[in-house]
Design a binder for this molecule. Structure first.
Ligand SMILES: Nc1ncnc2c1ncn2[C@@H]1O[C@H](COP(=O)(O)OP(=O)(O)O)[C@@H](O)[C@H]1O
Ligand SMILES: [Mg+2]
Length: 252
């Protein structure tokens, strides 16, 4: 069953069409991978879905409701949350407080319930023993988990994860993948944008490929990585084969 649908979504910045007539659907319970070279439009598309940008054209339908042009807080309250490519916690607040803010504002919970939810989510992501630390003082992998915790604390049904594994080493990527699988098993649906192919392949049921703002392929992971247009898009821009392991550092 379709949970989220993008129908011909276009986002222009002046003469640049950062996202160009992109259509795809996310099914309930699905993990959809989204890949594409730098500048392909992945983050812009996420920002359209989450209400940070109003699409120039096209429609976004969530749970049967047209959410095109709604504000981010409205969309969050309807059940979609995004983690950012650049991790920006409130550094002077503790880990606990950061997640609490998400539960209070995004999840619209009262204080006692929000505090309970925060404790549960921190345990779920494995940050319970760091909850009193300042967010500016925790490690990179812990910050990535904190981003996930903030999204989960809103009780969103759909998580949009924008390069949540950038900067992680191979062991940390494995741990992050385990956590994503656990989140998925808990009933969430997700769209996973990642440069790290092993990570995408390890979680995605299907993959959508963007290049220069347009969707160039969609299908099972094994089909998509062998698609000549996809291989060409990657060879053309990065000079690397999809078959090779990325270093996991991201590049933007
Ligand atoms: N706010 C903006 N104003 C102008 N151009 C933008 C803006 N955001 C992104 N772009 C451009 O849109 C294109 C897609 O960017 P982006 O969505 O960040 O790609 P990706 O996340 O796939 O790397 C790029 O050419 C980028 O420079
Ligand atoms: Mg991006």
């Amino acid at each position: 069953m379709v949970l989220l649908e993008c129908d011909n979504v276009t986002k222009n910045f002046g003469a640049l069409s950062a996202v160009h007539t992109v259509s795809f659907a996310l099914n309930r319970g699905e993990a959809l991978g989204m890949i594409g070279p730098n500048g392909a439009g992945k983050s812009t598309l996420f920002n359209c879905i989450i209400g940070l940008y109003r699409p120039t054209q096209g429609r976004i339908v969530f749970n049967g409701r047209d959410v095109t042009g709604m504000k981010p807080h409205q969309i969050c309250r309807l059940g979609m949350a995004k983690t950012s490519q650049t991790v920006e916690p409130f550094r002077a607040m503790t880990v606990f407080e950061n997640v609490l803010v998400a539960a209070l504002h995004g999840g619209q919970m009262r204080m006692a319930e929000a505090a309970r939810e925060t404790a549960e989510v921190l345990e779920f992501v494995g940050l319970e023993d760091q909850s009193d630390k300042l967010s500016g003082d925790i490690s990179v992998p812990a910050r990535r988990r904190l981003e996930l915790a903030k999204a989960l604390a809103t009780r969103a049904q759909v998580l949009l994860l924008d390069e949540n594994m950038a900067g992680l080493n191979p062991n940390e990527i494995d741990e992050a993948l385990d956590l994503l699988r656990k989140i998925r098993e808990s009933g969430k649906s997700m769209i996973v944008v990642e440069h790290i192919m092993r990570a995408v392949m390890g979680i995605a049921d299907r993959i959508v490929v963007l290049n220069y703002g347009a969707k160039i392929a969609e299908g099972k992971p094994s089909e998509v990585v062998n698609d000549p247009q996809v291989v060409e898009a990657y060879l053309g821009s990065k000079g690397v084969s999809l078959a090779h392991e990325s270093d996991g550092r991201g590049n933007d």
